[in-house]
Design a protein around this ligand. Structure first.
Ligand code: GCO
Length: 449
């Protein structure tokens, strides 16, 4: 591939991050406990036994990080707000120190000429709300709406993009069914009720936003993947791949953009004994509020086999022998193109922002003090070529944010997986831009590569 990839004028190059993964200062200045504090403090949950207590110490080092982002030419810096920093109990009294912290971060971004992309919920639910059922309790729709309105009112003058939720699939399915993420439950029907409440909370937040008069765009970030049948000649695999994709993609995209849940999937699940969500009058209208953009997180593709013994979905994943990143995720750049085309044809959103894409690789600082990460550069090169192709064919992608700015706490994998374009030494907190950061800076400068 010795091509030239030139991106449209005004294309927005960014990086992404999330509060629990970078901030540290887990109990500073009145912050309440979040479910990831509780989860990581409980032995056995995090593979390498680390926690986000300190992480990248962004809480104290945000100025340096933002200055470095500016040096690299980053146009949009995506980060999330920690709900329990704003409402230590989830509801009730506002913690002014939390508001002050995020106003400082936002001001610093603006002073450095960087746009702010703000995720309202990137998984760090106040523990006090989990104690009341968390996302499985329908009351959370109101709790989230109050939280969202508070953010609009107190921070809205400084925000360029609002993202209501990050990856409701992970919150619900991984948190309440697979149990690998906080709160660590294993109840599929509860997970589906969480799906419905997440979507309602998203809709309520968008609806409330439209009444504020604020002008910034608002959308949601969904993680999606294309599911390919493991054996395309096997009808059972073809059906299983379709079901798998409806579960990862349509379960969230259809209600938001088409105002309905995927029927075939729901009737399959019902037959398998799953309790479906309680959909009340007006719910689908609330969920399908018009959004300004579709935020897409994507990293890999799925290759799906039929497996009747796997409850409830009847699917299993198959490996294809393609290269893998340090997460064990298959590198399949064409999947990015197929997915962008699929989103465009099924949902036709006004704009797509790729709010996350990137690779974990096994990085370290070499004897010359550099971090050489050719595989990450290669990954970005190949995936961006596919983004470019989709744009050429009319998919309105207006921005791309690398996951992530600096190495950070990778959830159940702890500090052991490095996704950053900036290396973090967790003992000294020293930052070292990796070779990929310089590659990305050059790309931004040229708006192409
Ligand atoms: C997610 C989250 C990020 C992750 C990243 C790598 O997609 O899981 O949005 O917080 O760290 O995707 O797994």
């Amino acid at each position: 591939m010795a091509e030239k990839y030139q991106f449209p004028n005004g294309f927005e190059w960014g990086t992404a991050s999330a509060s629990y993964q970078i901030e540290g200062a887990w109990d500073a200045d009145g912050k309440g406990e979040c479910i990831w504090d509780r989860f990581s403090h409980t032995p056995g949950h995090i593979h390498d036994g680390t926690t986000g207590d300190r992480a990248c110490d962004f809480y104290h080092r945000y100025e340096d990080d933002i200055r470095l982002a500016k040096k690299l030419g980053i146009k949009v810096y995506r980060f999330s707000i920690s709900w329990p920093r704003i409402f230590p109990d989830g509801t009730g009294a506002v913690n002014e120190a939390g508001i002050a912290f995020y106003r400082k971060v936002l001001t610093c971004l603006h002073d450095n000429g960087i746009k702010a992309g703000v995720t309202m919920y990137h998984w760090d639910l106040p523990q006090k709300l989990q104690d009341r059922g968390g996302w499985a309790n329908r009351e959370i729709v109101g709790w989230f709406e109050t939280y969202a309105k508070t953010l609009y009112e107190r921070l809205g003058d400084l925000v360029d993009y609002w993202i209501t939720l990050n990856e409701p699939y992970c919150t619900s399915i991984i948190g309440y069914w697979i149990g690998e993420h906080a709160p660590g439950y294993h109840d599929y029907s509860m997970a589906l009720s969480a799906v419905h409440h997440l979507l309602l909370a998203h809709g309520a937040a968008v609806k409330a936003y439209r009444k504020t008069g604020l002008k910034a765009d608002i959308g949601i970030t969904l993680n999606m993947n294309i599911s390919y049948p493991y054996n395309p000649d096997c009808p059972e695999d073809v059906a299983a791949a379709k079901r798998n994709q409806e579960h990862s993609n349509n379960l969230f995209g259809d209600p938001i953009f088409l105002g309905k849940y995927p029927e075939e999937l729901f009737s399959y699940l019902k037959k398998r004994g799953v309790v479906l969500p309680d959909i009340q009058t007006g719910d689908m209208e609330l969920i399908s509020q018009k959004v300004d953009f579709f935020g897409l997180n994507t990293y890999f593709t799925d290759h799906v086999k039929a497996d009747e013994t796997a409850w409830p979905l009847g699917t299993a994943s198959g490996k294809t022998g393609r290269p893998q990143t340090d997460m064990g995720w298959e590198v399949n750049p064409e999947g990015m193109y197929d997915l962008l085309k699929w989103i465009h044809s099924r949902y036709n959103p006004p704009k797509v922002i790729i709010t996350e894409n990137g690779a974990a690789t096994n990085d370290w600082v070499n004897v010359e003090g550099k971090v050489d990460d050719p595989n990450r550069i290669d990954y970005l090169y190949r995936y961006l070529a596919q983004v470019h192709k989709a744009i050429q064919e009319g998919v309105p992608v207006q921005g791309y944010y690398v996951w992530c700015f600096c190495d950070n706490f990778e959830w159940a994998k702890g500090l052991s997986k490095r996704f950053g374009i900036v290396y973090v030494d967790y003992d000294t907190q020293k930052r070292t831009p990796k070779e990929s950061a310089y590659w990305y800076a050059e790309l931004i400068k040229n708006n192409g590569y």
